[in-house]
Design a protein around this ligand. Structure first.
Ligand SMILES: Nc1ncnc2c1ncn2[C@@H]1O[C@H](COP(=O)(O)OP(=O)(O)O[C@H]2O[C@H](CO)[C@@H](O)[C@H](O)[C@H]2O)[C@@H](O)[C@H]1O
Length: 491
């Protein structure tokens, strides 16, 4: 099969969070399974060019219709750790992708609407006719809309679209400008509730809703989140749309790339280790302490790695720091805030805790340090408000770092409570789960983890090893995606 992913991120060249990991990891798995896979990405000025090999121009003077004129684009091509990527660079005064950031601009809706249009125009003009277009999140929601309403009539009638939603919170709610700019000019048609009209605001259109309505199949990133999205309020108003399109909606659990996340062969950790050489993990713990100037002692290290965003339960993250310290554990946090208010809060905490020999807060994005923390910590806390899948608990499991999670979304599908899971025998359990949003609930689960570490270290080690036995690679999800592609191709 010939599959093209169209996305706003691909790790490690463009990574703001888990979306980048998934686009890279799934593409790699699909290729291993014998498919021809290509990626179309924006050419941001701030991406990690050091992760691209053989960058060269692949298509000059791609004229992309935009409003009543065209924007000249160059398309560059290069390999990101083996994946063939096409990067779209518009040469216009808008400088859509030369902003020193991936997201967070006031015209993000137009930036990514343009990207959708340019990606399709590139496929059309370069005579690429993939069997499957796989789009991700709101940034590429307009791809199936434009394909069906415009590009189908130019000869792209045979392409099928899978649309994966990684996060319902950001939907690309926009207005007339986006329709006019992309050539979707019949307002009354697109503002119809059955098409793009936002479910809350009748005067706005919603790019993610467009992705849902027009795609051949929609997935979200875990079975439990697919259920939540339809039955609870975590789909931010799109529940009814998902209900209408339920026959083409399902959840496929993400994997993690076992080539990237492999404690036996990870270039960012000083001491490789595996199930049979678990003792080496302690050396990474020591290295982590040296790197972050933490005291070397008998305490467990509890960590948090993730975007500091309401989604991640920042108040519980904050509480976890002080609770861990009060229970005789150390705490390491690595996170970049998504809002100034949250950033200010954690900067204040960082200053306050600066001299504490048992705590380190690292504010910012640091891929290399993340690997060392996964390898060196004993416990990883993931107290999310909602979590479509969650990768950090799966990476933690791979590195023998026991997860303590809130039982929502994909966390329910991946972490099974050591004391209370009713469905699995003790030797299959791998972490600690709490359900309520209050501090007590977090404390009870984190407290059980810390107790197990300090009171029965051999049992804690056994639990860590059980977690390492789990297979959360892309192997199984890759198979499910291939089956899905086959299904929609032959419908
Ligand atoms: N400051 C930092 N420095 C270095 N690395 C950092 C970092 N902050 C985060 N990371 C890394 O980014 C990834 C984050 O994974 P998450 O599952 O938390 O994704 P996120 O919530 O962004 O994405 C959404 O998409 C993913 C993928 O579908 C879903 O799993 C998730 O539930 C959904 O919210 C991990 O690889 C983590 O190590």
């Amino acid at each position: 099969m010939y599959i093209v992913h169209i996305a706003s991120e691909c790790a490690p060249v463009i990574k703001a969070g888990g979306l980048g990991d998934v686009v890279y990891g799934l593409s790699r798995e699909l290729e291993i399974r014998g498919n021809c896979v290509e990626l179309i990405l924006p050419m941001y000025d701030c991406m990690r060019y050091d992760h691209i090999w053989g960058l060269h121009d692949a298509y000059r003077d791609l004229m992309v219709p935009w409003y009543d004129a065209t924007i000249n684009c160059s398309v560059y091509c290069g390999w990101v750790h083996g994946r063939l990527c096409f990067f779209i660079k518009p040469n216009s005064w808008d400088q859509f992708f030369d902003r020193g950031c991936y997201y967070g601009c006031s015209d993000d809706d137009l930036r990514f609407a343009f990207f959708c249009k340019a990606a399709l125009e590139f496929l059309l003009k370069s005579n690429k006719r993939p069997d499957i277009l796989h789009c991700h999140d709101w940034q590429t929601g307009l791809v199936p809309v434009l394909l069906y309403e415009i590009y189908k009539h130019h000869g792209m009638w045979n392409q099928r679209v899978v649309y994966t939603i990684h996060n319902f919170k950001h939907q690309g709610v926009t207005g007339n400008e986006t329709l006019i700019a992309t050539g979707l000019k019949q307002f009354s048609y697109y503002y119809n509730y059955a098409r793009l009209r936002d479910n809350f605001n009748p005067f706005a259109i919603n790019m993610m809703k467009g992705g849902i309505v027009y795609s051949n199949y929609i997935t979200t990133v875990s079975p439990h989140h697919a259920w939540e999205a339809r039955h609870m309020d975590v789909s931010y108003g799109l529940g009814h749309t998902l209900h209408l399109h339920q026959s083409k909606f399902g959840g496929i659990l993400n994997g993690i790339d076992y080539g990237v996340w492999n404690p036996e062969d990870d270039r960012y950790i000083p001491h490789p280790f595996g199930i049979d050489s678990f003792a080496e993990k302690a050396k990474n713990k020591k290295a982590l302490r040296e790197r972050l100037l933490l005291q070397d002692n008998d305490k467990p290290i509890v960590c948090f790695i993730g975007r500091l965003d309401e989604q991640k339960g920042v108040d519980l993250v904050h509480h976890a720091i002080y609770y861990s310290l009060s229970r005789g554990a150390q705490f390491v946090l690595l996170g970049a805030a998504t809002e100034k208010r949250i950033d200010d809060h954690f900067r204040h905490e960082k200053n306050f805790l600066n001299d504490n020999p048992d705590c380190h807060l690292e504010l910012g994005f640091n891929e290399e340090l993340a690997h060392l923390i996964y390898a060196g910590a004993d416990i990883i806390v993931v107290p999310s408000n909602f979590e479509p899948c969650g990768l950090t608990q799966m990476i933690g499991l791979r590195y023998g770092t026991v997860p303590v999670v809130r039982g929502v979304g994909g966390l329910v599908n991946t972490v099974f409570d050591w004391d209370y899971d009713q469905n699995l025998p003790p030797e299959k359990r791998n972490g600690f789960v709490f359900y309520q949003m209050g501090y007590d609930a977090l404390e009870s689960a984190l407290g059980r983890a810390i107790n197990l570490y300090t009171q029965t270290p051999q049992v804690f080690k056994q639990l860590a090893l059980q977690g390492m036995e789990y297979d959360y690679s892309w192997n199984h999800p890759g198979e499910q995606y291939v089956e899905l592609y086959d299904l929609i191709r032959h419908k």
